[in-house]
Design a protein around this ligand. Structure first.
Ligand SMILES: NC(=O)c1ccc[n+]([C@@H]2O[C@H](COP(=O)([O-])OP(=O)(O)OC[C@H]3O[C@@H](n4cnc5c(N)ncnc54)[C@H](OP(=O)(O)O)[C@@H]3O)[C@@H](O)[C@H]2O)c1
Length: 172
């Protein structure tokens, strides 16, 4: 599910019942407008989306910390020394396993970033934009979207290891 945060209530519930829903979304006040419950850390965008979908769908936050232009260049086969790890946040262990299998097939390791309550605390996968410049929660100063790579630069050539992502998550 990859729509601007403010569109989450228009995502239909029925087709997603009984599925794992990967949510890439970020709440960015400068783009989405201010939402008090997110600003003060009372909830997270992932929890709101889960509430909208209902209990039979299982939301897993993933890909929220990596720019789409980096996804294609950071993919690596399993076991590669420079394979990047991406965090997964969600409340259902089975859904997180499904998401991890998908990410593995796409060329990424994964790190468990905790429950949906912690979604949005993910360090940016690309070292240039990691770690998040904020405490988490609240989400007040989320630095999103990151600046796009300059033409001619080599975006996303440096991997973010699972150990590195774990260390950044521990600080977030
Ligand atoms: N872009 C990235 O690299 C990236 C990386 C990580 C996380 N994210 C996060 O992922 C989310 C989506 O980002 P994006 O860059 O993919 O956004 P986007 O290109 O602006 O929108 C993605 C899709 O959302 C649909 N959409 C827009 N407004 C809608 C509405 N009111 N109701 C239903 N569908 C709507 C659009 O469909 P139509 O074309 O059919 O209108 C569009 O194809 C954001 O929260 C963003 O912060 C993005």
């Amino acid at each position: 599910m990859s729509v601007p945060f403010t569109a989450y209530t228009s995502v239909p519930r029925e087709p997603l019942a009984g599925t794992t829903v990967i949510d890439t979304g970020n709440y960015a006040p400068q783009r989405d407008g201010r939402i008090e419950a997110l600003d003060d850390g009372a909830t997270t965008s992932s929890e709101l989306f889960q509430r909208h979908l209902g209990a039979s769908a299982h939301v897993v936050k993933a890909f929220d910390n990596i720019h789409h232009t980096h996804l294609a260049v950071l993919t690596r086969p399993a076991g590669a020394e420079d394979r990047t790890a991406l965090p997964l946040a969600g409340d259902d262990a089975g859904a997180k396993r499904h998401a991890a299998e998908l990410l593995d097939a796409l060329g990424y390791d994964t790190v468990d970033a905790g429950p949906s309550r912690r979604a949005g605390c993910s360090p940016r996968a690309h070292p240039r934009t990691a770690p998040p410049a904020r405490s988490c929660p609240p989400t007040r100063s989320a630095p999103w979207p990151p600046a796009p790579p300059r033409p001619g630069s080599s975006p996303g050539r440096q991997a973010a290891s699972a150990a590195g992502i774990r260390a950044l998550l521990a600080k977030a």
